[in-house]
Design a protein around this ligand. Sequence first.
Ligand SMILES: [Cu+2]
Length: 265
Amino acid sequence: MNVHSYEKLWLVAAMLLIVGFIATITYGSVGIGIAMIDDSQETIDPNEISDHEDFGDPGVEQVAENEYEAHVVARSFAFRPDPIEVPANSDVTFYVTSGDVIHSFSVVGTNVNTMVIPGEISSMTVEFDDPGEYGVICNEYCGSGHHGMESQIQVVPENEFDLTELAVEADESVAADGEVTLTATVTNGLVETHETTLEAEIGDETLEEEVTIDGSDSEAVTLTVDAATLGEGEHDWSVAVDGETERGDVTVGSDADTDTEGNDD
Ligand SMILES: [Cu+2]
């Protein structure tokens, strides 16, 4: 049988295409770093995400030196937290879940990409070497706002990274001859000891305090100002540490003052 040489060429080309298709599909399912999301991993009730210990308050936590975990919740049409801040020179394992429909978590310009399915937890570990910014987008059509569903990963220099949280307790009113006391509790989420500066303003008074907090621990700092220095009336206060700020106000005199006078009688 005589086969024309052009026909032979087409036969070979068709064979190569078929082999190419099979290779692509095989790589797409079992290639290095590629995994399917299924319920062999941990599952989650999408209606109870807000009560979940990790996804209820999603964010970044440190698990070991240079190792972090980031819990992310995708919901139409945003990611939480946004932005996601991580330090340079770190390995970050992302755990992503959805509170409603199917989304994706795709880091623009990298091969970091996963589907995010309600009920399932997608996970992947990413190495961040240098500081920089990456866009995160959803590439599974999820509804009318899909095109605007995005977030950002900010990789900051190691020495600028902290996991500090601040809570402040303060009196609402103080007698004119009393003391205004603010109790600031600073929590260090890093596994290493963290040194930082707490800055406070009460009325026109400014206070500064150096704080050293052990890894995964918290420190309570008490700040006081004589009410007499502030004078009678309402005074704003603010406490700031590592970019976290708490605000409130305190009233000096008036009711509190009257109470004290009443007790004296
Ligand atoms: Cu989407």
